[in-house]
Write a protein that binds this ligand. Structure first.
Ligand SMILES: O=C(O)CCC(=O)C(=O)O
Ligand SMILES: [Fe+2]
Length: 342
């Protein structure tokens, strides 16, 4: 099967994959597509999926409500602040995530700036967890009738569940690609212990990037969990680190989802899958641009069930001595990572 490339630069090749061929194709197409997805995660750590399961109209509504959320006065948003790393729910204002000096914390945190203790990230976000949850509550905005926030909670819960199902499907593709039973991972990911993050990168003067060397919208980092489903608007600015060490633009392609493997999937795969560093910088622009418009994105961080024990998956080692890591529950792993972030 020839696989189209969504990105091809500096030795980084991110495949563009028609996911409907996995969902609805012939048995041969399904296996080929599954292998192409797995290969993308093994080589680039990233794939672009088109013809996926999330309708454009749903995404349009989610982005519109996200814009409505961030348009609220700061004090209304601050009232919803994330206060507990274990819960990982609520609003994060600009600069709220810890700035992690290079080398002191591997990975630099999920969205944390790496390599600087001065530059603040130019973003704000809302983190939404599984609902209902035995222990944790989401921090929902007040839904005033007739505004963009009317119906916010229902819309986000529906979207959360649609993304949860897509996670299961992508894990099925990975299982099939590895030659395992297609449903091998179902019991590891059926709980939906995931996080939906709405992101807003406010409009910013181009001068800010000129005045501050190393200024970014989101600092370089890898994600923590199994996979991330990333929905971006058309502005651009997302970059992925290539094998040569240079950051390469992951240009938005309408109708696609950028899917990247996280650190826990890399560990689970005995490091046969890559969790690749990425960041968000100033968008592609002409030299005479004074102001960059706002950028909105939605990241859905998928995780194995909190109580799932994660150890090298079948097909990624020959004997016990090949296993690079001991077993750990997904919940413990993620808590360690989140506690270092906030
Ligand atoms: O906004 C984006 O495009 C990327 C966000 C991201 O990588 C993250 O929040 O982990
Ligand atoms: Fe990320």
């Amino acid at each position: 099967m020839t696989v189209e490339a969504a990105v091809q630069d500096e030795g980084l090749v991110i495949p563009l994959i028609d996911f409907s061929k996995f969902l609805h194709g012939s048995p041969a197409e399904r296996v080929e597509t599954a292998r192409a997805i797995l290969r993308g995660f093994q080589t680039a750590g990233f794939v672009y999926l088109r013809a996926h399961t999330i309708p454009a109209a749903t995404l349009g509504a989610v982005f519109a409500r996200s814009a409505g959320f961030f348009a609220q006065p700061l004090d209304a948003k601050v009232a919803l602040s994330l206060t507990d790393a274990a819960a990982n729910r609520g609003y994060l204002r600009q600069g709220r995530e810890k700035l992690v000096p290079l080398g002191e914390e591997e990975g630099g945190g999920q969205g944390g700036v790496q390599g600087s203790d001065e530059v603040v990230e130019l973003k704000e976000s809302l983190e939404i967890g599984r609902e209902p949850h035995e222990q944790f509550r989401n921090h929902w905005p007040v839904e005033e009738a007739g505004t963009a926030l009317d119906g916010f909670r229902d819309e986000m819960v529906r979207f959360f569940d649609a993304c949860k199902d897509l996670h299961v499907q992508v894990m099925r593709a990975i299982a099939m690609g590895l030659g395992l039973d297609e449903t091998h991972f179902d019991g590891f990911v059926d709980q939906g212990d995931n996080t939906l993050r709405l992101l807003h990168y406010p409009q910013v003067k181009a001068d800010v990037f000129k005045a501050n060397v190393g200024q970014v919208r989101a600092g370089e980092h890898s994600d923590y969990g199994s996979i991330t489903l990333l929905f971006q608007d058309g502005r651009g600015g997302l970059q992925v680190k290539s094998p040569s060490g240079k950051f390469v633009d992951a240009t938005p392609i309408p109708g696609t989802i950028v899917v990247n493997a996280g650190d826990l999937l890399a560990r689970w795969s005995n490091d046969t899958i890559k969790s690749t560093v990425h960041r968000v910088v100033e968008p592609p622009h002409d030299d005479d641009v004074d102001v960059y418009p706002p950028r909105y994105s939605v990241a859905y961080f998928c995780n194995p069930n909190a109580d799932s024990l994660i150890e090298a998956m079948p097909g990624t080692y020959v004997d016990e001595a090949d296993k690079k890591y001991g077993g750990i529950t997904s919940g413990d792993y993620l808590f360690q990572r989140l506690a270092a972030t906030y």
